[in-house]
Design a protein around this ligand. Structure first.
Ligand code: ADP
Length: 649
């Protein structure tokens, strides 16, 4: 804690990246009602720095340089109006200070800033999800001086970073007696109440009790009596936090608030978690896991760059690494928390984890814990589960492609909009619910995909299903089409896309005699329509793979149908926009011969007109399906011709 800037060393003036200034301003405004978290953040950084040193020292014990008692100190000076948070952790050299403090390395920062609403309450929550970190110091400080000396570096090779938070910082070489980092906050006039022994202690107890390193403060010494002969004894440092690893305590001794505070501290969330599961496993394997499901999805959950997961790995209570991605499959990357193993070696590396049997079995069991917890939540607390589903449902939908063994179990948790619900997100059903209310002799699960709820629920493909009262799942998440390519059946019932392939609904909900009559009527209709179909087919030979009488339509004139294995049109569109090659597949045009438009078409004698109307029929069916027209100008021209023709008649 004793450092000085080398007077002869030049100071270097640096500017913040634009994003840093923006974020800092926002933070200062957003956190006004929760200023005290600055201490949690600085202590958390100090604790991480100690964790890192302990880990590095496993391979190189010299790094301790005789001081292996890792600790944090919090001191204050009422007169000077300063608070200092110090650690004897790994420290930073000059380059690291520049790289870590003054830039925002987090992926997606720009998108994050763009997602802000300007509404302070909402933004404060978003900031919480983003993780406020070091910059929260400026919520109470008008100036921050960070001095850091990296473990292994010489005394005079320390770096001092000074900033008032308004656009830039200065860097200078400094001298620091011991390794680690000191952060001195020069507290703003209107925040001076933080420079207070009792206040600081209570904040540490509240947020940082479970930090595993001791957090030390000077004990309070009563002022000497006026007539005292002896000088007052010098104050000693005492430990403020319990410093016990929460997860090692028996469950029965941990209060809900403790679980919640621990989560906020360790997983850096602003809000309490939605649910958690704490497990002590003994026997052939020994480990403890404490797994949390957050309330809110982080802003970058679905970005390709955020494919990490939030599980920390400890070995015998020693922190080993963040984001041990082998511990959770990707579709559960929103799960946060930790695993503490007694079986792994302390010097375990990411490479060793790659094919560790111990890790494999912890992962299998952890997945079961999470799925079990969700199943129970779905059953006992459906509202809470609905909240979970809104935030993380799309992630779970990645499971069929990734976790073959558990796909049925995960699918049990799925919720879908259906033709029986009146609005997106209302009355969503599970697959079990769907199956329970299937029609007599229905043995398939029908679904349709679309790029929005409206596109799916207004699709002409649904007409016959609505008519027959057969429920159809409406899938409109981006991931759905992809998911369905891996999910072929559930509970031994196969999934059928109603927009693909030949549809056979005959028999569902009908008696034998009714089935027979329906079949006959269909055959007769198809025979009647044959000449018209042939004529249309001749016109649309290039654009379609077939033209046939529809069994799907009751009120629309036409629709396009993809092959059972083909990608839905709206998906093809998305893939093309993203620059992917999409194998082009020609749709089948299905027409409804009973529709007045088809009857009109049948009577059209002018072959040019007939060709033009037939094209229009295909174009509008493609549009209804979310496809894009190759020749949209041609479409408009044909539309206009049709209006003119109407006028002439
Ligand atoms: P976060 O802790 O979420 O990464 P911060 O803004 O709090 O974000 O810190 C940025 C980085 O600065 C940290 O990841 C760490 O590398 C470095 N850092 C911050 N405080 C310390 C410290 N006390 N000791 C060593 N490194 C630190």
């Amino acid at each position: 804690m004793s450092e000085k800037t080398k007077s002869e060393a030049p100071q270097e003036q640096m500017s913040f990246e634009a994003e840093v200034s923006q974020l800092m301003q926002l933070m200062i405004h957003s956190l006004y009602s929760n200023q005290e978290i600055f201490l949690r953040e600085l202590i958390s950084n100090g604790s991480d720095a100690c964790d890192k040193l302990r880990f590095e020292a496993l391979a190189n014990n010299d790094l301790y340089d005789g001081d292996s008692e890792l600790k944090l100190h919090v001191t204050f000076d009422e007169q000077a109006g300063t608070i200092t948070v110090s650690d004897n952790g790994i420290g930073m050299n000059r380059d690291e200070v520049v790289a870590n403090i003054g830039t925002i390395a987090k992926s997606g920062t720009k998108q994050f800033l763009e997602s802000l609403t300007g509404d302070q309450k909402t933004d404060a929550k978003l900031i919480g999800q983003f993780g406020v970190g070091f910059y929260s110091a400026f919520v109470i400080a008008e100036k921050v001086v960070l001095t850091s000396r990296k473990a292994g570096d010489a005394e005079d090779a320390a770096t001092q970073w000074t900033s008032d938070g308004s656009g830039g910082y200065t860097l200078a070489q400094a001298s620091k007696a011991s390794r680690g980092t000191d952060v001195v906050l020069h507290v703003k006039e209107d925040c001076k109440d933080f420079v207070n022994n009792w206040r600081l202690r209570s904040i540490i107890k509240k947020y940082s009790d479970h930090i595993t390193f001791p957090i030390m403060m000077l004990e309070e010494v009563p002022p000497p009596a006026e007539d005292a002969e002896e000088p007052a004894p010098e104050a000693k440092f005492e430990q403020i936090n319990a410093a016990s690893a929460l997860w090692t305590k028996p469950k029965s001794q941990i209060k809900t608030e403790e679980y919640e505070e621990f989560y906020k501290q360790v997983c850096q969330d602003y809000e309490a978690p939605l649910a958690w599961s704490h497990n002590k496993v003994e026997g052939t394997q020994e480990y403890t896991s404490l797994l949390y499901i957050p309330k809110k999805a982080p802003f970058d959950l679905y970005e390709a760059s955020s494919q990490k997961n939030g599980i920390k790995l400890f070995v015998q209570r020693v922190f080993i690494m963040d984001e041990a991605e082998k511990l959770m499959p990707r579709y559960l990357r929103f799960v946060r928390g930790l695993v503490d193993s007694n079986d792994l070696p302390l010097n375990v590396s990411r490479e060793i984890l790659q094919d560790s049997k111990v890790i494999d079995s912890i992962r299998r069991a952890s997945v079961q814990k999470i799925l079990g917890m969700l199943e129970k939540m779905a059953e006992k607390e459906p509202e809470k589960f609905a909240q979970f589903w809104t935030e993380f449902g799309q992630c779970l939908k990645e499971a069929p492609g990734e976790d073959f063994a558990n796909k049925e179990q995960v699918a049990k948790l799925y919720r879908f909009d259906t033709t029986k619900s009146s609005k997106a997100g209302e009355g969503m059903v599970s697959l079990d619910d769907y199956i329970a209310r299937m029609q007599l002799s229905q043995d398939k699960i029908y679904y349709i995909t679309g790029d929005s709820y409206n596109a799916a629920s207004n699709s002409p493909h649904l007409e016959i299903f609505r008519d027959k009262g057969i429920e159809v799942l409406l899938m409109h998440d981006r991931v759905d089409e992809w998911m369905m390519s891996y999910l072929n059946e559930y509970d031994s019932k196969s999934f059928v896309s109603i927009a693909k392939g030949d549809l056979d609904l005959s028999g569902i909900g009908l008696s034998d005699a009714e089935q027979e009559a329906e079949k006959k009527a269909k055959e007769e209709k198809a025979a009647d329509a044959e000449p018209l179909l042939k004529r249309i087919k001749a016109v649309l030979e290039k654009e379609t793979s077939d033209v046939r009488a529809s069994t799907r339509l009751t009120s629309s004139p036409a629709c396009v149908v993809m092959g059972q294995q083909d990608m839905a049109l709206h998906m093809q569109q998305l893939m093309k926009q993203a620059g992917h090659e999409v194998p082009s597949s020609q749709p089948v045009l299905e027409v409804n011969p009973d529709h007045p438009i088809l009857e009109l078409l049948d009577q059209e004698q002018d072959e040019d007109q007939f060709a033009s109307w037939s094209r229009l029929l295909l174009d509008q069916a493609l549009l209804a399906e979310g496809g894009q027209l190759d020749d949209s100008a041609g479409f408009v021209k044909r539309m206009n011709e049709m209006f003119m023709a109407l006028h002439q008649r």
